[in-house]
Design a protein around this ligand. Structure first.
Ligand code: ADE
Length: 250
């Protein structure tokens, strides 16, 4: 899957492509990362990429000409890839959207705005989708594009070390991930739950389902309420309630 990022800060993005999971995915040829410096497409000798807003007001707006040329250059390389504008005005990104984009596997061209934003005519004529990573405003779209690329890339088969790793992710099926432990077995008196040392995979699976439900109930009650409980989940919760009742009586 190809990721192209149009930015005024290419070093920010290229360094991201050169590290960790992104680097491994690129090495394995499962993903490709490409950066386009919007300033390379400016048409005057001062390399201008922004201008004052019509109607007055503070800040600067990114000009049309360099942005259009940069988008067209990206489109030429990967014509199938939708053009996505990073903006707090966009649709909120989530795990479901990450899974949809990973499955579509068409690649993505990210436009990272700076300053007060980009000329509206670019948004209406050349942008396929506007995406936000949350209800807050950052100084540019670069961090947002990296958040999105990271969450999609790890879903592409083979990018993560183990194919199981992303199956138990938080938010898959509206549940948070179960508690994880590693050595030592006893850390300053805090012990690993015994069942995880038992080697009994059936029991371990049951425990993990319960832990996932507990995490969701306690940390994200909004998610917990969103989806219906399965018969198995109801049984696990009833058992949990019985355990709590015993504790209260003691
Ligand atoms: N650019 C600035 N803020 C943003 C946000 N919250 N999401 C996506 N792009 C942005």
């Amino acid at each position: 899957m190809d990721f192209t990022v149009l930015t005024l800060f290419p070093e920010l993005i290229s360094s991201f492509f050169e590290h960790g999971m992104m680097f491994r995915g690129i090495e394995k040829k499962l993903i490709t990362g490409h950066c386009i410096n919007i300033r390379d497409f400016s048409t005057d000798r001062h390399n201008t990429i922004d201008d004052r807003p019509y109607g007055g007001g503070s800040g600067m707006v990114m000009k049309q000409e360099p942005l259009k040329a940069a988008i067209l250059a990206a489109k030429k390389r990967t014509p199938e890839s939708p053009v996505v504008l990073m903006t707090p005005q966009g649709t909120r990104f989530n795990q479901e959207k990450a899974m949809t984009l990973a499955l579509q596997n068409k690649g993505l061209i990210f436009v990272c705005g700076r300053y007060e934003g980009i000329d509206e005519r670019i948004t209406t004529t050349l942008v396929d989708e506007e995406i936000s990573i949350g209800d807050y405003v950052m100084t540019g779209g670069e961090l947002a594009s990296m958040v999105i690329i990271d969450s999609i890339a790890r879903l592409i088969p083979g990018v993560l070390g183990s194919p199981e790793s992303s199956k138990s992710d938080s938010f898959t099926d509206d549940r948070l991930e179960y508690a994880q432990y590693t050595r030592p077995e006893d850390f300053e008196g805090l012990k690993v739950p015994e069942v995880l040392l038992s080697g009994n995979h059936g029991k371990i699976n049951q425990w993990r389902k319960k832990s996932s439900l507990q995490h969701t109930f306690l940390k994200r009650p909004d998610l917990f309420k969103k989806t219906k409980l399965s018969a198995e989940e109801k049984k696990i919760i009833k058992q949990w309630c019985q355990e709590l009742e015993i504790l209260v009586r003691e």
